[in-house]
Design a protein. Structure first.
Length: 126
């Protein structure tokens, strides 16, 4: 993931860093900042399936579906289809149950992989 900044924008956002980088030598150029990776959970919004996969019983999942339909996050047709699947196929249809620390474990695994990639790149360049 990279970001491009106009020099003046960079100076506004990061005045001390810009002072160090440019040392009063302003030129017409673009600065590209490489971060190496992005956060997969940035702006993530759970779906109805995410909520269903946290449920312990079919009845609890049906209540979740009805709640989301009541809030207008699902159409009545979508809600009916999901309830039908829940009653005929069960919770297992939607995948394994997500425990309460599911996202923490996923994030920990993800950032561990990212650290290893960064370490490998650093080692390659040294």
């Amino acid at each position: 993931m990279s970001h491009e900044f106009d020099v003046e924008e960079f100076k506004r956002k990061f005045p001390k860093l810009a002072e160090e980088i440019f040392s009063n030598k302003t030129k017409q150029l673009t600065l590209r900042v490489e971060s190496g990776f992005s956060d997969p959970w940035r702006n993530y919004v759970p779906t109805v399936v995410d909520y269903i996969r946290r449920c312990k019983t079919v009845e609890e999942a049906i209540r979740v579906v009805e709640y989301l339909a009541g809030r207008g996050e699902l159409t009545s047709d979508e809600a009916e289809e999901l309830k039908k699947i829940l009653l005929t196929q069960g919770l297992e249809f939607f995948g394994s149950r997500k425990e309460h620390d599911y996202y923490y474990k996923e994030a920990k695994r993800y950032w561990s992989l990212m650290r290893k990639q960064v370490a490998r790149k650093v080692k390659e360049h040294s």
